[in-house]
Design a protein around this ligand. Structure first.
Ligand code: DX5
Ligand code: ZN
Length: 230
């Protein structure tokens, strides 16, 4: 993985056909996705359950680019090795998932993955200050994690601006997760985000047999986000 601050669209397969993950990943990449975002939920840290490392390993051969694994689980540490072995390029854990986030980040890098830290909407930007030299990505949750299709929480835009200032020249991605669509993408891009996760806004109206819709949806989000630089 190389670092840049260009806008990257990361469709979340939480909104894909769960019976068809391999073909869905291939379809979104063929339609212009930059990263593939994989949401792991445990029914404990968040009120929903998705899947674990075995599913990630099964998906991996169907992704050419970056597999971005977002762990909404607690505890995290016992499972890091398994997600790294499954082929995750980025492993993101929540700062709220336990008392030893520093150790968690050490373990992610030791396992050979890029380390991400996610912040729930109620967690301030300052939570990552002591961790800046340990992370490759900060994920700003713009919904409360657990479900796709929720409404974007506008108060998080200020947090993105604060994080952008804290990060300075460090090679740390700012990722936005939740409620990203062509209306909200320009707001977060302007505030300093470079990775835009989008579930419902990418998959709506399309399917593996009608994948051009995914392409149109990805283009619309990218164009809206990049418009701020024009
Ligand atoms: C929420 C997940 C998100 C979610 C985004 O807990 O982490 O990745 O799938 O979905 P949309 O884009 O539909 O808000
Ligand atoms: Zn996510």
């Amino acid at each position: 993985m190389t670092f840049d601050r260009k806008i990257k669209i990361a469709p979340s397969i939480l909104s894909a056909d769960f019976a068809n993950f391999g073909a869905e990943c291939e379809a979104i990449e063929a339609q212009g996705a930059d990263w593939v975002h994989v949401d792991v939920m445990d029914g404990h840290f968040v009120p929903n359950i998705t899947f674990g490392p075995a599913t990630c390993a099964a998906i991996r051969p169907h992704i050419k680019g970056v597999m971005d694994v977002h762990l909404m689980i607690a505890p995290v540490d016992p499972y890091i090795e398994a997600f790294a072995k499954a082929g995750a390029d980025v492993i993101t854990a929540h700062v709220e998932a336990g008392p030893h986030v520093h150790r968690t980040l050490q373990a992610i890098r030791a396992a050979g993955a890029k380390a991400g830290i996610a912040l729930n909407p109620g967690t301030p930007a300052s939570a990552i200050e002591p961790l800046l030299d340990m992370i490759d990505l900060v994920c700003v949750m713009t919904v409360n994690p657990g479900f796709g299709g929720q409404k974007f929480i506008h108060s998080q835009i200020e947090k993105v601006e604060q994080l952008r200032a804290l990060i300075g020249e460090r090679p740390i991605h700012i990722e936005i997760d939740g409620g990203v669509d062509p209306t909200t993408a320009p707001l977060v891009a302007k505030a300093g985000a470079d990775v835009l996760v989008a579930g419902s806004a990418v998959f709506k109206g399309g399917s593996v047999t009608n994948p051009n819709v995914y392409g149109d949806n990805i283009k619309a989000i990218r164009a809206a986000a990049q418009g701020v630089w024009a």
